[in-house]
Design a protein around this ligand. Structure first.
Ligand SMILES: Nc1nc2c(ncn2[C@@H]2O[C@H](COP(=O)(O)OP(=O)(O)OP(=O)(O)O)[C@@H](O)[C@H]2O)c(=O)[nH]1
Ligand SMILES: [Mg+2]
Length: 338
């Protein structure tokens, strides 16, 4: 049994996205199980926005902190997020135990970092889940964009280690990589969520185990051409759909994943030699052949990220400048009044 647990606004929306486009159904079809519900997604949040989710079954959502924040979220208060989740852990765990019929083989947490609920709450739930179910855990975490302001960056940077160390392995993506390309934050959310959705639609249970004990990031790409060199596909993904700054990655290994008609792909040995020369890493293949299919979906799992704090120094600087320039604008406005 596989559990997908979203904590906070971003985490809940991502789990909801996994219920869309049959992602969960496709995963279920691949999981060797005789159980009726081998995969279950749960969303936990302090915001009423939970109720606007349209794909996850209503019985799988848990609104917490009603008496403290009245369904409005914590307002980027990590301490409050931690406190509410700690106080109402039983409520969240009851929801889980109501749906957990047997020991899960893996629990995957999803959260955006920088807000209060996901950042403060995820380590609390993750530790409890490990304690109760004695199971392996993974986290899919999204870093905030500098444009969201200093508080998000500060919260994410100060709590990153506590979040990452609360799970056995992680997949890390960064909204800031998308906003740096000129997209606004809403479309950054969309791109990142679609990437996660696409990637989870392709893989199977054993693939997720590759992330245990590792800090990783992923890419996803559905090519339109039916004849594709693997090297070009890897380059395209690293350029266009890899949402962690590549300079911060010291890849130990890159896994190229493909599902569909593998006859469309060529250049296997060439791509491996190229990856060795270009990045000094092994390029591994994980192929899910669907002969006769007329589609192909591709992904990358990049294993090994450097200390991510460098990323925060840079983002803090941008966030600082942005706030300074907002202040400058304000001062100018005030000046012009007098
Ligand atoms: N990729 C992605 N990021 C999101 C999404 N929703 C919010 N985020 C980002 O996730 C980070 C944390 O925001 P939220 O998840 O809304 O915060 P929260 O955990 O609900 O915390 P509070 O509302 O402060 O209690 C921010 O950087 C948001 O931009 C989403 O659907 N997808
Ligand atoms: Mg929220």
């Amino acid at each position: 049994m596989l559990y997908l647990v979203g904590v906070g606004g971003a985490g809940s929306k991502i789990v909801d996205a996994l219920y869309q486009k049959n992602v969960v159904k496709k995963l279920i079809a691949r999981i060797q199980s005789h159980e009726q519900n081998p995969i279950i997604g749960v969303a936990i949040d302090t915001s009423e926005k939970l109720k606007t989710l349209s794909n996850i079954p209503e019985k799988n959502i848990v609104l917490i902190g009603k008496s403290r924040v009245k369904g409005h979220g914590t307002g980027v208060d990590v301490g409050l997020g931690r406190k509410i989740v700690t106080e109402e852990l039983a409520l969240a765990m009851n929801k889980l135990s109501g749906v957990v019929k047997e020991k899960p083989w893996l629990v995957v947490f999803f959260a955006g970092l920088g807000g209060g609920t996901g950042t403060g709450g995820t380590p609390v739930v993750a530790k409890k889940v490990k304690e109760v179910y004695k199971t392996k855990t993974l986290g899919v975490f999204v870093l905030p964009s500098a444009g969201e302001g200093r508080v998000y960056t500060k919260n994410a940077s100060e709590n990153l280690e506590s979040v990452l160390s609360s799970v056995d392995g992680s997949i890390i993506l960064d909204n800031n990589v998308v906003t740096d390309k000129g997209e606004d934050i809403i479309s950054a959310h969309k791109h990142v969520n679609q990437l996660i959705q696409g990637f989870f639609r392709m893989i199977d249970e054993s693939f997720l185990e590759r992330c245990l004990g590792e800090r990783t990031s992923i890419a996803y790409y559905k090519p339109s051409s039916d004849h594709l060199s693997i090297k070009d596909a890897v380059e395209t993904m690293l350029r266009d759909s890899f949402y962690l700054k590549f300079e911060l990655v010291s890849a130990d290994k890159i896994v190229f994943v493909a599902r569909g008609n593998l006859g469309y792909l060529y250049g296997h040995d060439f791509a491996q030699g190229w990856a060795q020369n270009r990045f000094g890493v092994e390029l591994e293949y994980e192929f899910y052949d669907e002969p006769g299919s007329n589609s192909l979906e591709l992904g990358l799992l990049v294993v090994g990220t450097k200390d991510l704090n460098g990323r925060f120094d840079e983002v803090k600087e941008v966030a600082g400048k942005k706030e300074a320039s907002d202040l400058d604008d304000l001062l100018k406005d005030i000046d012009s009044i007098f």
